[in-house]
Design a protein around this ligand. Structure first.
Ligand SMILES: NC(=O)c1ccc[n+]([C@@H]2O[C@H](COP(=O)([O-])OP(=O)(O)OC[C@H]3O[C@@H](n4cnc5c(N)ncnc54)[C@H](OP(=O)(O)O)[C@@H]3O)[C@@H](O)[C@H]2O)c1
Length: 275
């Protein structure tokens, strides 16, 4: 049988690195740290080597389409596809950051939703039967959903929203912030939150598509929240360590063979959450 492989985006530090640490211990196969910066990625490999763990490394900048397609081709060629994909890479402006809101909106959505969508576009076709896909979203996305207009909430919760409609809505938010009209458009003042509302919705759309188009492949795809975790993004006051933050994403990445659920859900503390 060919070697299995797990790939974690943005895993040179924080929750991503902790996910790789746990997968090195629990996943039967090769586990890849990926990072946009080769030096930071190799340092992360060394840090796990000092714990007697042996992750592998591949460069992957999710904002660079060439980097995404090169990585997808590498995993297809070397492993015949990917068994576990964790889309963890993400960014957030600090609360105190004075960058204009429209710029925050554009930059945050570029990585957290548009680039993650590019990852999924190029990696979903190479996810192997029995594969697991985990999108690291946030409970902030659920709270932000509840702050959207009733009309937007209805679309994000509907079973018939398409990927194209969702991406159109995400772009509409970015465009409206440039005219300072996002509030009239039914959007809250929350760039990170909207990006994660989008990522959770995208996860639900893609899970429904998997069920339709690959019903016999047993692939499970979910979004999750790691909790509030001490990382460069969230700061040192958060209650959870990165290893604790990795627990729910790793649980979803390692759902046992033959499991049929959760699928297309938003999961936190290993429990399916309302949407
Ligand atoms: N920490 C929390 O409390 C919390 C709560 C809910 C959800 N989350 C989510 O959990 C995920 C991980 O966050 P974290 O707290 O571990 O943050 P972090 O410590 O800031 O780590 C973010 C990781 O993403 C990488 N990254 C950013 N842009 C990238 C790109 N274009 N291509 C590839 N990698 C990229 C970063 O790489 P560089 O080192 O090169 O910047 C870094 O490795 C994020 O999706 C975040 O939204 C976090």
């Amino acid at each position: 049988m060919s070697t299995k492989v797990a790939v974690v985006t943005g895993s040179n530090k924080g929750i991503g690195l902790a996910i790789v640490r746990a997968l090195c211990k629990e996943f039967q196969g090769d586990v890849y740290i990926t990072a946009r910066d080769v030096g930071r990625g190799q340092e992360a490999v060394k840090s796990l080597n000092s714990e007697e763990l042996k992750p592998m490394f591949h460069q992957l900048d999710i904002n660079d389409l060439n980097s995404i397609t090169a990585a997808a081709a590498f995993f297809k060629d070397k492993y015949g596809g990917v068994d576990v994909l964790v889309n963890n890479a993400g960014i957030a402006f600090k609360v105190a950051d004075t960058t204009p809101f429209d710029v925050q909106a554009e930059v945050t959505l570029k990585t957290n939703i548009f680039a993650t969508r590019d990852m999924l576009t190029h990696f979903m076709p190479i996810i192997k039967a029995g594969g697991r896909v985990v999108n690291v979203s946030s409970v902030v996305g659920s709270r932000t959903l509840n702050k959207c207009s009733a009309a937007l909430q209805q679309r994000f919760r509907s079973e018939d929203i398409t990927e194209e409609e969702l991406m159109g809505l995400m772009q509409q938010f970015v465009d409206l912030t440039k005219k300072n009209q996002h509030k009239q458009g039914g959007w809250p003042e929350a760039a990170y939150g909207v990006s994660k509302t989008g990522l959770t919705t995208l996860s639900m759309i893609l899970a429904r598509r998997l069920s339709r188009e690959r019903p016999n492949d047993g692939i499970l795809l979910n979004a999750c929240c790691p909790g509030w975790v001490r990382t460069d993004m969230a700061g040192d006051k958060a209650p959870k360590s990165p290893d604790e933050g990795a627990i729910t994403p790793v649980y979803l990445a390692l759902l046992p063979p033959g499991a049929t659920e959760p699928h297309g859900k938003f999961v936190s503390e290993k429990e399916v959450q309302p949407w």
